[in-house]
Design a protein around this ligand. Structure first.
Ligand SMILES: [Fe+2]
Length: 372
C-alpha cells in the first residue's frame, strides 16, 4: 500500500499537523466561546464578550501568546440581577472580581453542606477543584465582571473531553468538605507560595514585603489557596519611577494590572535580534484592568510610569519540577533567570527615561554601570 506520493507531501502533512489547533482551542470553537489572542489585553473590564451557553452569560477566553496551551483567563460578566449556571470543573481556577458585587454558592454533596461566599470588586478566591458552584450578581442595577485565570488549557489538552471535565461527580473532600468557615481570610503558611489564604476580600489591602534583589522598589506577597496544587500567584508592586529586573520563566503567568500605569517589555532570550526583524522588544502598555502574559523563556520587565506604584496580580502555574526548572528569583550570575540591571540591553533605560518624561514622572532608578 502506498501511503503517500512523496516525502514532500508527507512533510506538508506533518507541518499542518503541528499547526493544528490544540484540543482546548478546539473546545472553545465548538462552544462558541470567543478567544482573545495577542500579547496583552488593554482592559478586561471593557473587552468584548460573546454568549457562552455552558456558563449562561457573556464571556470570552484570553489565550494570549504566552498561554502556550498551559494557563489562560476567562473573562465573564453577570448581568444585573442575574446568575450564571451551576458548574463544576476539573481545572484549578482563581477568580478576581473586577467590578460589581455578589456571591457564590458552593455545594459538597458527600457531606450535604452548602456554603455561600459574598464578594465585591477586589476580591480573590478559588472554587476548590471540581466543587459545584454558582455565581450570583448581588446588584439589580450594576453588572459583575470577573477574570478567572485557570489551567483549563492544559487539562483540556490532556483529556480533550468537555463531558469528563465538567461532568465528573468525584469530590476532592481533602480540599473541601463543606466547612462553613472554609472561605475565611486567615493567612496560613503556604506549601507552594509564601502564604495560603482561601479568601482575599480586597487584594489592594494585602501587606507586601520588599525584595530589592528583584527590583529597586519591588515588593510582593505570594499566595495560594483552596488546596490548589497547580495554580498559585502573587501580588506585586513596582514603585513609581522604577522597574522590575528583567527575568524569564515558564509559560502562562497571567499578569493582571490592579493599579498604576506603565508598560512591559518582552523579548525572546535566545533570539537577540528580537521578536520581529524590526522591533527588538514587544511592548505592552498597561493600566488598571490590563492583562499580559509573557511567553516561556522570554525576558520581560515591568516599568511603572505613574505617580502611584504599578500593582499587579500574577496568577500562574506553581508546580515545581514540571517542565524546565527556571529560577526567576535568582540572578543569572548565580545560575538563576533574573538579569541584573548592569546586564540589560542599553535601550531599556533610554526607552524608560523617554516614557517617564512623557508622563512627567521622575526617574528613581540609580545610575547603571553596564558590565559589557
Ligand atoms: Fe515574570
Amino acid at each position: 500500500m502506498v501511503l503517500s506520493e512523496s516525502a514532500e507531501v508527507m512533510e506538508q502533512v506533518a507541518k499542518s499537523r503541528f499547526l493544528r489547533k490544540s484540543p482546548f482551542l478546539e473546545f472553545c470553537a465548538a462552544e462558541g466561546l470567543p478567544v482573545i489572542t495577542g500579547y496583552g489585553v488593554e482592559d478586561l473590564r471593557t473587552v468584548k464578550l460573546g454568549h457562552w451557553e455552558r456558563l449562561g452569560g457573556p464571556a470570552a477566553y484570553c489565550h494570549l501568546e504566552g498561554s502556550q496551551g498551559f494557563v489562560g483567563s476567562l473573562v465573564a460578566e453577570i448581568p444585573p440581577g442575574k446568575s450564571f449556571k451551576p458548574m463544576r470543573h476539573l481545572y484549578e481556577e482563581l477568580i478576581l472580581i473586577l467590578e460589581g458585587r455578589g456571591a457564590t454558592q458552593f455545594w459538597c454533596e458527600k457531606t450535604n453542606q452548602t456554603i455561600v461566599l459574598e464578594w465585591q470588586a477586589g476580591s480573590l478566591f478559588s472554587p476548590p477543584l471540581n466543587v459545584k458552584h454558582q455565581h450570583f450578581n448581588g446588584s439589580a442595577t450594576e453588572p459583575v465582571r470577573f477574570v478567572a485565570p485557570s489551567n483549563a488549557p492544559i487539562i483540556f489538552n490532556a483529556f480533550a473531553s468537555a463531558d469528563f471535565i465538567f461532568n465528573t461527580p468525584y469530590e476532592f473532600t481533602d480540599r473541601f468538605a463543606g466547612q462553613s468557615d472554609y472561605f475565611s481570610s486567615e493567612v496560613k503558611e503556604g506549601e507552594f507560595e509564601d502564604t495560603s489564604i482561601n479568601f482575599i476580600s480586597d487584594v489592594y489591602a494585602m501587606p507586601l514585603t520588599k525584595y530589592p534583589r528583584r527590583g529597586v522598589d519591588y515588593s510582593r506577597l505570594g499566595i495560594t489557596g483552596s488546596g490548589n496544587k497547580a495554580m498559585v500567584g502573587h501580588i506585586m508592586a513596582i514603585g513609581s519611577g522604577t522597574y522590575r529586573k528583567p527575568h524569564y520563566h515558564g509559560a502562562g503567568a497571567q499578569v493582571i494590572v490592579l493599579g498604576g500605569k506603565g508598560y512591559t517589555l518582552m523579548w525572546p532570550k535566545d533570539e537577540p535580534s528580537g521578536a520581529s526583524k524590526d522591533n527588538k522588544f514587544v511592548k505592552v502598555d498597561w493600566r488598571k484592568g490590563s492583562l499580559l502574559v509573557p511567553p516561556e523563556g522570554w525576558y520581560h520587565s515591568h516599568f511603572t510610569t505613574s505617580a502611584e506604584p504599578g500593582l499587579h496580580l500574577a496568577l500562574r502555574r506553581g508546580q515545581r519540577g514540571v517542565g524546565k526548572n527556571y529560577l526567576p528569583t535568582v540572578p543569572e550570575q548565580e545560575g538563576g533567570t533574573v538579569m541584573d540591571y548592569e546586564d540589560e540591553p542599553r535601550e531599556v533605560r533610554a526607552i524608560y527615561q523617554a516614557e517617564l518624561a512623557k508622563e512627567g514622572i521622575p526617574c528613581r532608578m540609580p545610575p547603571v554601570h553596564y558590565r559589557k
